[in-house]
Design a protein around this ligand. Structure first.
Ligand code: NAP
Length: 249
């Protein structure tokens, strides 16, 4: 898909990867970029159209689709990473994780599929994770959500093929954002993984992702964590680990 002249909508654009997506789309010549956020007052991006959007609120999603009928690229980036496990984690936090990544992404796709069809097909980019392919003790609710989001991505790709919509999944590992830095600090305090220098630069991930969309890719394994995680699916489940600079977490 050609990004120059496109009209894009990015969820969770108040900071970090979402903000970088919106900024890079503008840099590549998108005609319009809707930078959406739960708290639109936090969006500070000259040139972007700011829109209020909570992906877990049906009325908010419907209002965004009504307001942004010119979109031909939807970037489902919004997410939470609450560090919750499945067996003893808070069930409301597990539900919020699934609501955001799975039902939130699905709600956006259902609302915007007719918009994309009307605008010639366009593309959807779903921001997945290495934890789409691996569990992670300490954040297993997130892994379940990202795994379901991967499957959702693959299913929707089939369902929207006839209307010519490219549906792309972006897979990558630990990246220097607010949430990941906080996690890395906690892990380091506990003597855990994620030593200095292991985190991706979010700008690199965003550029790799948008290069992939421009060249029509359906799945983008954006770093060595993603390549390793995908190939680990064929291995022994006991070997599921996230590699961090030669160590495991
Ligand atoms: N950082 C990593 O290492 C990493 C690795 C793989 C995948 N990812 C994925 O990359 C995406 C972005 O992550 P990030 O690290 O940039 O996270 P982040 O810094 O925590 O930012 C998340 C963004 O999502 C927004 N958001 C959360 N819930 C929302 C909702 N219900 N409706 C609308 N917006 C909502 C947040 O807005 P508020 O300001 O309102 O909270 C924030 O703008 C996520 O899907 C994440 O799972 C991240």
């Amino acid at each position: 898909m050609r990004l120059r002249g496109a009209t894009a909508l990015v969820t969770g654009a108040s900071r970090d990867l979402g903000r970088h997506f919106a900024e890079e789309l503008l840099r590549r010549g998108a005609a319009k970029v809707y930078a959406t956020a739960r708290r639109p007052e936090l969006v500070d991006l000259p040139g972007a159209e700011v829109l209020a959007l909570d992906v877990t609120e049906p009325a908010s999603v419907a209002a965004a689709a009504a307001a942004a009928g010119d979109v031909d690229l939807l970037v489902n980036n919004a997410g939470v990473s609450l560090g919750v496990n499945l067996v003893d984690g808070d069930l409301d936090e597990i539900r919020l994780t699934l609501d955001t990544h799975v039902y939130g992404t699905l709600a956006m796709i259902r609302a915007f599929a007719p918009v994309l069809a009307e605008n010639g097909g366009g593309a959807i980019l779903n921001v997945l994770s290495v934890l789409s392919f691996q569990p992670y003790d300490g954040n297993n609710a997130y892994a379940v959500a990202k795994s379901a989001e991967w499957s959702l991505t693959n299913g929707v790709r089939l369902e929207l093929a006839d209307q010519g919509t490219l549906v792309t999944g972006l897979v990558f590992g630990p990246t220097a954002t607010t949430t990941m830095r906080a996690f890395a600090e906690r892990a380091a305090l506990a003597g855990g993984a994620l030593p200095d220098g292991v985190l991706n630069d979010p700008v690199d991930i965003v550029r790799t992702a948008l290069d992939g969309v421009e060249s029509g890719r359906t799945e983008i394994l954006a770093d060595h964590f993603a390549t390793a995680a995908k190939s680990s699916l064929a291995g022994d489940p006991r070997a599921f680990v996230v590699e961090t600079a030669g160590e495991t977490a």
